[in-house]
Design a protein around this ligand. Sequence first.
Ligand code: FES
Length: 272
Amino acid sequence: TDAQETTAGSAGVNGPTRARIGARTLRTDTWWLYPLATFVVFSGFVVFATYRAFDGDNYFVEPYLSPFYSPCLTDSCQAGSSDFGQPISWWSLSPALIILIFPLGFRLTCYYYRKAYYRAFWLSPPACAVAEPHAKYTGETRFPLILQNIHRWFWYAAVVVALILTYDAVLAFGPAEGEPDGIHMGLGTVLMWANVVLIWLYTLSCHSCRHITGGRLRHFSKHPVRYRMWTFVSKLNARHGTYAWYSLFSVAIVDFYIYLLATGAFDDPRFF
Ligand code: FES
């Protein structure tokens, strides 16, 4: 609302009720390290993920499918990579681009990531007790940031994505090319399971998930099951930011690992 709009000259840290402090911050610690690290790591991930998503190649090596390409739904998908058929034939770009909107939307609207990229990319503010350089502040009350409110809907989509990735991790126990039928395991299987566990931890520790399980209840005592779920999610929620980072790394690592296998740069160690 307009009431929330502030101008650096007259409000916010320069408001009449605030102490007159000329410096942008009085902090003497390395507060800039966190936003700087976030900026570097996120930028690196965006460059890598953009390249891989547009690549349209080297994302499937039996029995491993890259999380960037799952589910693979177009008729250009590599043979064997489409768990759910190939219902889309009109799409001529990389099949990853159709489905990445869901995990991407989920992360972009995530409460933790919002804090991280508002600080690192917009410096709004760069850290606690460090004034931001912008003259105006409207929060998330206007387009486009008001769209952050659809996070809960992305959460529903993210649960479906996590289920599909879990299915892929089960399929990762399948035989590699040339192996007999039955249960097998390679380093790729381990990496895919590590990734899917981290994806679940990230998805279930979500603030929206916490509200979905325990929000809008007047009496926890009358909803013991939801109370238990809420307690569980609340514990995970305390580490949501950590899971956000770990799961970001793990999807990139699994994709890169499959890329290395597909390009022949590395051979998957097989345990059995
Ligand atoms: Fe981070 Fe929902 S708050 S995924």
